[in-house]
Design a protein around this ligand. Structure first.
Ligand SMILES: [Zn+2]
Length: 581
């Protein structure tokens, strides 16, 4: 018997009267209440399948106002009740949300529902804001802290608001299921960026969409907020993007008589008619399960509501939030990610220019199994990146040696990790020109710190990761760097430069997050740029040291010269003159 079947049997054994035949949704209706009346899925029938779905790996994209947070909690608690001796984790992104959800949503449900209070009178269950015992099962509610993600072992895990949660913490949570026979993980979230968090999990899944059949022509529709599906009397025929509706246009619209229509024949869709609606997977064979809950999954959210929200979010200058929360769609705003237009603007041709052996150049290296190397000429007012190399790690030393032979290499930066010994070797053999750089992600990380060994030699530089990436992004946006010589690598470079998004969450430092991890030239460019800064700081330090030396040397010679009857002023120049000679 598979572990999963065994788990289903455990449900059956514990509650033979409901057992595997009683779907979770029916169990919730039969045993829980909302505002003193039995819980009902009326108007939100799409929720049933999500609640009943016991997939071990599931991702749900949700918009707001569709009641999903409410049913997730009921599903979680009912699980604990229906399965003997299991541990569950319900995670929220931060302390505030954790406290609010635990106190205002979970506690009342656990306290008030009879079904969660069938313990023997003498055995008082353990209950607190962070932990709810139901019979012999335990539900841990957490706020996305590292400690929680590494200390509690669990059988089932619900991650709420995946996209607002620190993605590294989220990865840590995964390991909490390792010791379990069940290992169920279900994530729910409002989407944020395309390819990020819940959106990428959904994309990897079988991708269920909630369709609606047209009663007139039988066409199956996936209704979304576009002119194909939305009929608004008074709307100009040439408006293709409904997000362009503004206050001036809105007053001309007859929102009262607007409706969602069949894209095929234009008949109004009967969104609340249950037999017409069905969850349909785009990729039925895939192992992980995905659901995308959009506003027209329920008949309760009108076109008027969506338009009013649009105007409201526009007033707050937050179109992205409207896409994310009201439509439940990911949205890439220009500030969070480099746009193709911004990248194209610095791409000046695939051909390689002639760069003489005297022209100063700088390099940046992203180290991996395949290393990505960028070479920039510094002979112009702004750096011109003219060579883009992808070399296997075992050929990196040779490649860098060739570059040093061919060009006047004055600066370079490379990953200290993952091969620190290689980075140190290159640092030494380049006589300190190519500096190993370690990204620091601590909130208080300095822009640039020289790390020294016990003999006071610089071993590497530790630098604020967000700042390094912000700087290269700023350079690209303001065209303070140009690209050429990329040959057929144009698309690769564009892909890499679009693979990170800048995430800004309340009470957390801004952070660039990878979408797919295909971002190597991005980091190579960042290291190249940062190496210029490192050498600038080192030169400033040298000049300072030289001045001190000069002063010292000057004073010494001034004293000697004074003794010989010559002026102080003239003599102080001597050391630098000597230095040139
Ligand atoms: Zn139709």
């Amino acid at each position: 018997m598979s572990l999963y079947a065994e788990f289903l049997t455990r449900i059956e054994q514990k509650f033979p009267e409901d057992g595997a035949e009683m779907a979770m949704s029916e169990y919730i209706v039969a045993n829980t209440h909302l505002r003193k009346r039995p819980f009902s899925f009326e108007g939100y029938e799409f929720q049933r399948q999500i609640v009943d779905d016991l997939s071990l790996n599931m991702a749900v994209i949700k918009c707001s106002q569709v009641g999903l947070s409410e049913v997730q909690i009921r599903k979680f608690l009912s699980f604990l009740k229906r399965t003997s001796s299991i541990n569950g984790i319900f995670s929220l992104p931060n302390d505030d949300m954790y406290k609010r959800v635990s106190q205002t949503r979970i506690k009342p449900l656990v306290d008030d529902e009879q079904i969660f209070n069938q313990h023997e009178a003498s055995k008082k269950p353990v209950r607190s804001m962070a932990l709810y015992q139901i019979d012999d099962s335990f539900g841990f509610i957490t706020g996305g802290k590292e400690g929680d993600a590494t200390s509690i072992n669990a059988d089932i895990m619900f991650n709420d608001e995946v996209d607002l949660t620190d993605q590294e913490i989220l990865a840590l949570y995964g390991s909490r299921l390792q010791g379990s026979n069940i290992k169920m993980r279900q994530g729910f979230s409002t989407p944020t960026f395309e390819g990020y968090g819940i959106d990428s999990m959904y994309k990897a899944s079988d991708q269920h969409e909630y369709l609606c059949r047209c009663t007139r022509c039988n066409h199956w529709n996936l209704p979304v907020f576009t002119p194909r599906f939305i009929r608004i009397p008074g709307l100009p025929g040439d408006l293709n993007d409904l997000s362009e509706i503004d206050n001036d246009l809105a007053v001309k619209l007859d929102l009262e008589n607007s409706f969602v229509m069949c894209e095929h024949c234009g008949a109004p869709l009967d969104l609340g008619n249950r037999p017409l609606r069905e969850w349909v997977p785009r990729h039925p064979g895939r192992l992980s399960r995905g659901y995308w809950v959009r506003p027209f999954a329920t008949p309760r959210l009108s076109v008027r509501y969506i338009v009013e929200q649009l105007l409201d979010y526009k007033r707050k200058n937050s179109l992205r939030r409207w896409y994310n929360t009201v439509l439940g769609e990911p949205y890439n705003d220009a500030n969070a990610r480099l746009t193709l237009t911004e990248i194209e603007a610095v791409m000046k041709g695939e051909g390689k220019p002639d760069v003489s052996s005297e022209t100063p150049v700088a390099i940046g290296v992203d180290v991996g199994q395949t290393c990505h190397v960028v070479v920039a000429s510094l002979g112009l007012p702004i750096p011109l990146v003219f060579d883009w190399l992808q070399v296997p790690a075992d050929q990196l030393k040779m490649t860098l040696w060739d570059l040093r032979k061919r060009y006047n290499l004055v600066a370079g930066g490379m990953d200290l990790n993952p091969y620190a010994p290689l980075a140190r070797e290159i640092h030494a053999s380049s006589k300190g020109v190519i500096v190993p750089i370690e990204y620091s992600t601590s909130p208080k990380a300095a822009p640039l710190t020289f790390v020294k060994d016990e003999l006071d030699n610089v071993t590497h530089v530790s630098s604020n990761r967000t700042k390094i990436i912000d700087d290269i992004v700023g350079d690209i946006r303001h065209r303070r760097v140009l690209f050429t010589g990329y040959g057929n690598k144009k698309v690769i470079i564009q892909t890499h430069l679009q693979d990170m998004v800048r995430i800004e969450l309340p009470e957390q430092p801004a952070k660039w997050n990878k979408l797919t991890g295909d971002d190597h030239f991005f980091h190579a460019l960042g290291y190249m740029r940062h190496s210029l800064r490192i050498h600038e700081v080192m030169r400033a330090q040298e000049v300072k040291d030289e001045r001190q030396m000069a002063l010292l040397f000057g004073l010494v010679s001034a004293v000697q010269q004074n003794e010989a009857g010559l002026g102080f002023r003239e003599r102080i120049k001597t050391p630098s003159v000597l230095g040139l000679g």
